[in-house]
Design a protein around this ligand. Structure first.
Ligand code: SF4
Length: 68
């Protein structure tokens, strides 16, 4: 990816995404646009445990929040 976000380092400190490799990691704008276009949410919307399933669906988000 040619564009590198000015907030890249700070974003990476907060990113819990376990999917490797992903060119959007640390570029939150690209990350959320990508997932919303697929009716999904980014990794950081989920608990670390739910995130590791790589199921980024809204259904999994609701399931994850209900379990908390
Ligand atoms: S949540 Fe998706 S787009 Fe964002 S860094 Fe992880 S795999 Fe990439």
């Amino acid at each position: 990816m040619a564009f590198k976000c000015e907030q890249f380092s700070g974003n990476m400190k907060k990113c819990n995404c376990s999917y490797e490799p992903c060119e959007r990691k640390g570029n939150c704008c690209a990350c959320i646009h990508y997932h919303l276009a697929m009716n999904e949410l980014p990794a950081c919307a989920f608990s670390n445990e739910a995130e590791r399933s790589w199921d980024r669906s809204f259904e999994n988000f609701i399931r994850d929040k209900k379990e908390k």
